[in-house]
Design a protein around this ligand. Sequence first.
Ligand code: ACO
Length: 455
Amino acid sequence: MSDKVRAEVGGGHAPLGGSGSLEIRDTRTGKTYAAPIFEAGVVGDETIRGMDLRQIKVDSEDFGLMVYDPAFMNTASCKSAITYIDGDRGILRYRGYPIEQLAEGATFLEVAWLLRKGELPTKQEYDKWVHDISYHTYVHENVRTFMQGFRYDAHPMSMLCGTVAALSSFYPQASDIHDPQERNLSIIRLLAKVPTLAAFAYRHIKGLPFIYPDNRLSYVENFLSMVARMSEPKYEANPLFVKALEVLFILHADHEQNCSTNAVRAVGSSHVDPFSAVAAGIVALYGPLHGGANEQVLRMIEVINHPRNIPDFIAGVKGGKGQRLMGFGHRVYKSYDPRAKIVKRLADEVFQVVGIDKDLEIALELERIALSDDYFISRKLYPNVDFYTGLIYRSMAFPVDFFTVLFAVARTAGWLAQWEEMLLDKEQKIARPRQIYIGPGERTYQSKLKPGGLK
Ligand code: ACO
């Protein structure tokens, strides 16, 4: 795939440009059809419109040809100008900026602005953005009592998704999604309040009193303060932890049409309020094949327990019994996930200060073996972003079941940018896939409970 940008889709929505067409001959009828091939964005993203296949019919009664594509293996559900991934070459860019450069120099809120607006903020824009988000970090006191109703051992992701969904009941005007001012306010509220709710969830499982936001602190410092502050009047976060979390938040901020973003777009396409749409994203992220993988990596390492057990574990993975090497493999990356490279370096920095994590040895050995084993090489299974993040989070004293919550805090920025892009995209409608019905044909109802039925 060439890297040359042919038609910038940035900002608005450039129409898909035509370049040749696909000729299709239907052997059932002998008819030939033409489906225009479109290109947009980076060269290589050639596409035909699914709806162009609908003209292919046996007769006028026929519905027309559909495409069967379970799990969207080869279907573009939208045009997007937000995130670019080249999975073969391990490239990730937000709005054109390489992830490595953003991780090196940007703040998370700068990236959140970039994802949403398409350009980096000026100083004035940034200061107002930070100010607005800082001043919406508080939640209604009823939210606090609501959270106290969860069981002491509730999973923090359950608490987070339930509470984010509940926020829509506190801001009924957020359902006015076509009003740009309401939209803006909801986006600011979500970016501001999700860390507060995440920190409250942490305090709840720890049985600690909730700590209110401190608006004098940066986004990440405030989050750490709400998580870790005890009796000190002002929380002083470890600068290395602040830096690490800022970088990890940037790496997790968006990743184009992944499972949770697709959930946010699909749910949002019903024109529900953004609190409800983002709650759907949190639920999708919770799954072990998606954001829940960072938690599963640590649980897997606990099971392995010692490097000497790795060969047996790898043999089990290769045995085809459904056991997976968690933190490995990706639907899009068929080379080393560029985020995993940054995370690995970051892990080295953190471990130099806090000491080597006892499980790092197991992780490094797992990676070494997997990268030289034909099973993983032939399937192009490389470490993904979640392989090392868990080790960093644990060295910062976050509990294992809180890891995905950290991911959700960061991904909120991407979900919101994608949600707004979807709303403003004139081509988008309510998401409604087709199906291939494989159930029984028509049959007559005959109750097995009582002849003639219960009524
Ligand atoms: N360990 C062992 N084998 C694997 C793994 C793995 N982690 N991932 C894929 N495979 C194998 C599959 O068994 C399959 O083998 P086969 O062709 O012999 O049947 C082949 O590789 C292709 O796998 P698919 O499941 O078809 O790939 P898909 O793109 O659907 O899945 C996924 C991607 C879900 C990420 C998968 O690689 C996986 O389960 N990884 C572990 C969980 C994980 O780390 N998830 C985090 C992803 S990153 C993120 O969401 C933030």
